[in-house]
Design a binder for this molecule. Structure first.
Ligand code: URA
Length: 241
């Protein structure tokens, strides 16, 4: 693949901008500055540097973000800064593939929810992870206002009716960790689902943190606001349907 096409595919701007970056000596491959935008490289496992920052080549980008509180999962946020401002701009401007322009969040978390969020430009992956058919478990650490009772845990496991559908929604798992800490596993992703389920059993969410999706736990060393690549080879291990 031509070097300017490699840069273009990874979100470094139009082909013209990418060619300019190369011609101006801003791009190095295997430690050597490359000034020919047409130079050929096998993109598989390629690492290159643009203005001193190292980038791995990925046909599709998959990443995890530790969403901090006070951020919105929208491209056009209304009140709080967008989570997309936490990502380097090439990730947001990767060229459009299968209707996805740049990386997109897989589902959304509320402004005040923290924790694990996946982002990708792979439309099929977004669809698979969001589809209720796939029952992808998501684990939430819930801090409640009132002490959690045994009855509330039983009700969450048995199913509660929310205001938008007569069909009860159930927690796939529900563990009381302490008086006001509940670990709740859901396999769907309805709007404000955790908050509405807790309200339906007579409690109230004071703090919400997503600690895992599928087999992927939010890494302890990934601080709020930080992101990390997920390698395509890790997808099967983390998100096997
Ligand atoms: N359920 C909620 O109520 N809010 C979230 O952010 C995620 C799940």
């Amino acid at each position: 693949m031509r070097l300017e096409d490699i840069l273009f595919s990874q979100g470094f701007g139009t082909r013209r901008v990418c060619a300019g970056l190369v011609q101006q000596g801003y791009v190095s491959v295997n430690g050597e500055v490359q000034e020919d935008p047409g130079a050929f490289f096998d993109p598989e496992n390629l690492k290159f540097k643009v203005q001193g920052t190292e980038w791995p080549y990925f046909d599709r980008a998959y990443l995890m973000l530790h969403k901090p509180t006070g951020t919105e999962c929208s491209q056009k946020p209304s009140t709080w800064p967008s989570i997309y401002t936490l990502l380097p701009s090439p990730l947001r401007t990767r060229p459009q593939k299968a209707a996805v322009q740049g990386v997109q969040a897989v589902g959304r978390l509320d402004q005040d929810t923290t924790g694990l969020l996946l982002l990708t430009d792979d439309g099929k992956f977004i669809h698979r992870m969001s589809s209720p058919k796939h029952h992808m478990p998501k684990v939430y650490e819930v801090t409640t206002k009132h002490e959690i009772t045994h009855g509330q845990v039983e009700k969450l496991l048995a199913g509660v009716v929310l205001d938008d559908s007569p069909k009860p929604v159930k927690a796939a798992a529900c563990e009381k960790v302490s008086d006001t800490h509940l670990r709740l596993t859901l396999t769907e992703g309805k709007y404000h689902q955790v908050k509405r389920m807790l309200a339906a059993v007579g409690n109230r969410v004071e703090g919400l943190h997503r600690s895992a999706i599928g087999n992927l736990q939010l890494p302890e060393d990934l601080a709020p606001g930080q992101w990390r690549w997920i390698l395509p080879s890790e997808l099967e291990k983390y998100f096997k349907a």
